[in-house]
Design a protein around this ligand. Structure first.
Ligand code: ADP
Length: 416
């Protein structure tokens, strides 16, 4: 072999070796890349699965939220009471079918409107008159939408994370309860009227016998007849209370106001209590005001009834030899009457019910069997109908003070 050829062959061999090496290197790299890619594909697969799972969870959560929302809507829609929700801008954002029925409206025509904008509808106008254009807090009232259709209205502010989100208005139909109540009142009124006539007849017959107009009666007969007369008087007074309550509830309790001086009314009422006060040896004081009081514009007969009820109670619930003080004061455009006694007082846990119809505190029932629990109910109604206030302070076992205040009105003011 020629030396040149041998050299070339050697060169070629070396070149081939280099190429082989490079090829191996490339193959190694490809194998590595392949491995990396398959790893990446696997990772992507895992990632995809995780993503799918998340999507499924989101979908499930959305489905649940929708289900809950639909359920809430169904509850609101089928709720037996009318529900209206006003948003934070006081605009109606939700109304259920019962409310649509009560207000004779369709959802589409009212949603998005404020109460003032809705007041062209006579029913919404009534509600606006009661709650005002901005629903502020918890409020409860009765609304007579039309004759024999009475709704009980309640409003509640909806607050979340300390901010007002809106207000909910609930309207409950109480027409039936009102009708039954009216029927009951009518029955009481009718029965009381029927009872009054024979009781008056008994009263006058007893009076005639007691006055000796039908001949002499002995001491024992007199004692029995006097007891009967007193029981009859109590019955008449109870019947009168029942009639007054029935009149108040039917809105037939008429008032004939005149300008009057409360001090003279009190003095007049007191005249008939001398005997009782003496019999019970009560230390009774009427702090008559030094200066003449401003006049009040009142129904004298009704205010006398309030004072009578308060004096009756003070005497009944104060043990013999106790103290009773009446005073009258002029205070911030009102005349304040107060009657303080050293009687049995009112138990703390029963205070809220004292002005309710027929309510008698447990200690009063024990101390004094007689009593209807109607006197303070009537008194409260009379005072409030005069634009006044009635309240009390009391400590069980120590005594009570009952107050009422009436607005001052003089004749000059009346003309304005
Ligand atoms: P009653 O016929 O029972 O006196 P009222 O309506 O006048 O009815 O009073 C209701 C209740 O209030 C009484 O039964 C009694 O429990 C309580 N009460 C009223 N006045 C007094 C008072 N001066 N002292 C203690 N309790 C009183």
């Amino acid at each position: 072999m020629e030396p040149n050829q041998k050299k070339r062959e050697e060169l070629l061999k070396r070149q081939l070796e280099v190429l082989n090496k490079k090829l191996k290197e490339k193959e190694r790299k490809i194998a590595l890349l392949r491995k990396k890619r398959s790893f990446e594909i696997k990772e992507i697969g895992k990632f995809r699965q995780a993503l799918m799972n998340i999507l499924e969870d989101v979908e499930e959560a959305r489905r649940k939220a929708e289900e809950e929302r639909d359920l809430t809507h169904a509850i609101i829609a089928n709720f037996a009471d009318a529900l209206l929700f006003f948003n934070e801008k006081n605009r109606l954002s939700l109304i259920n079918s019962k409310a649509e029925k009560f207000f004779s409206v369709e959802k589409e025509e009212v949603v998005g409107k404020s109460l003032s904008e809705l007041s062209s509808n006579k029913y919404f106008k009534k509600i606006l008159g009661l709650v005002g254009s901005e629903i502020k807090s918890v409020f409860r009232a009765e609304v007579e939408m039309k004759k024999n259709f009475i709704l009980e209205l309640t409003t509640i502010n909806i607050v979340a994370e300390k901010t007002k989100k809106g207000a909910l208005m609930i309207l409950h139909d109480v027409s039936r309860e009102k009708l039954v109540e009216a029927m009951k009142t009518e029955f009481v009124s009718l029965a009381a009227h029927q009872l009054r006539t024979p009781l008056s007849a008994i009263k006058w017959t007893l009076r005639i016998i007691l006055d000796g107009d039908l001949g002499e009666i002995n001491k024992e007969q007199r004692s029995f007849l006097e007891k009967t007369y007193k029981s009859n008087e109590r019955m008449i007074s109870l019947i009168n209370d029942l009639l007054n309550v029935a009149r108040i509830e039917e809105g037939r309790f008429l008032y004939n106001p005149v300008f009057a001086n409360l001090a003279s009314i009190v003095e007049n009422v007191l005249k008939s209590y001398n005997e009782q006060i003496e019999r019970k040896e009560i230390n009774f004081v009427f702090d008559k005001p030094q200066e003449p009081l401003s006049s009040v514009y009142v129904d004298v007969e009704k205010i006398s009834l309030v004072i009578q009820n308060l004096i009756d109670n003070a005497i009944h619930y104060t043990p013999p030899k106790g103290n009773i003080n009446i005073s009258l004061k002029e205070k911030e455009k009102t005349i304040e009457f107060s009657i303080k006694d050293t009687g049995i007082g009112i138990p703390q846990d029963q205070r809220e019910r004292i002005f309710s119809k027929f309510f008698r505190a447990s200690n009063a029932v024990r101390a004094e069997t007689e009593g209807s629990g109607l006197g303070l109910f009537i008194a409260k109604n009379i005072i409030e109908a005069h634009g006044g206030k009635i309240w009390f302070k009391s400590k069980e076992g120590e005594g009570s003070t009952f107050y009422f205040s009436l607005p001052i009105k003089d004749k000059r003011q009346k003309k304005v």
